[in-house]
Design a protein around this ligand. Structure first.
Ligand code: GLU
Length: 226
């Protein structure tokens, strides 16, 4: 087990994301990372080991932005190092994932044959490449998410940002828990209500097969047929 947090809001998010990850430390992890989007720039900090290491990087090189996603990783595919830590980035797509993509090897072969270049050993990276592939073929972020969700099998909580959708976070759940938190002009995502407790006590838990589109004013929840 491990943790996910996301915030789409009206105030800087990086510090609040890491604070929320601290409340998920009880779930165990071996590395951590955070990504934000600010004025068309998507950037991230990642670190092996304890959240203290991530905080140190963030204090040396802060991440601006009012929208972001964060992750504590418990490695299942690939060693626990910075390169394998989430968020995974492919061409303006940022992905954090808890769980296992069971058909990652077949998807990776397919994506490699199309010219994708993989930079980590994780199963998660196929999700970012698949989304990039569908975006490049002309789909908007929501359609790309639905197409991706209809290709992957396994267990996952997934939270995604797209560089060209700077006010929206996309999420899906099949297995590991994921909750949406409702704030004032801000919305939150987290592995559980404890992670989100300082932000809000209004929570919706996603159920298996839910896909959510979350922006600063609310959330819409769909099934995988949209
Ligand atoms: N399977 C993914 C990985 O190894 C996610 C692990 C997790 O749940 O943190 O990176």
């Amino acid at each position: 087990m491990c943790g996910i947090v996301g915030i789409v809001g009206s105030q800087p998010v990086a510090e609040r994301l890491v604070d929320a990850l601290k409340r998920l430390e009880y779930r165990g992890y071996d590395s951590a990372g955070v990504a934000t989007l600010d004025h068309g720039v998507m950037d991230r900090r990642r670190a092996e080991g304890k959240l203290f290491n991530l905080e140190k990087k963030l204090s040396e090189q802060p991440l601006p932005g009012n929208i972001g996603i964060a992750h504590t990783r418990w490695a299942t595919h690939g060693v626990p190092n910075e390169t394998n830590a989430h968020p995974h980035f492919v061409d303006g797509v940022a992905v954090v994932h808890n769980g296992i993509i069971e058909n990652f090897s077949e998807l990776r072969d397919e994506l490699l044959a199309q010219g994708a270049v993989f930079t980590s050993q994780t199963d998660t990276e196929v999700v970012a490449h698949l989304l990039n592939h569908y975006r490049k073929s002309g789909m908007d972020p929501k359609a790309a998410m639905l197409a991706m969700l209809n290709r992957i099998t396994g267990a996952y909580a997934l939270v995604v940002m797209f560089i060209d959708a700077p006010q929206t976070i996309y999420a899906a759940r099949f297995g590991p828990p994921l909750a949406i938190g409702y704030g004032k002009n801000e919305m939150f995502l987290g592995s559980d209500a404890i992670a989100l407790s300082p932000f809000t006590n209004e929570i919706t838990y996603l159920v298996d097969g839910d896909f959510a589109v979350v922006d600063g004013s609310g959330a819409e929840i769909f099934d995988y047929n949209g």
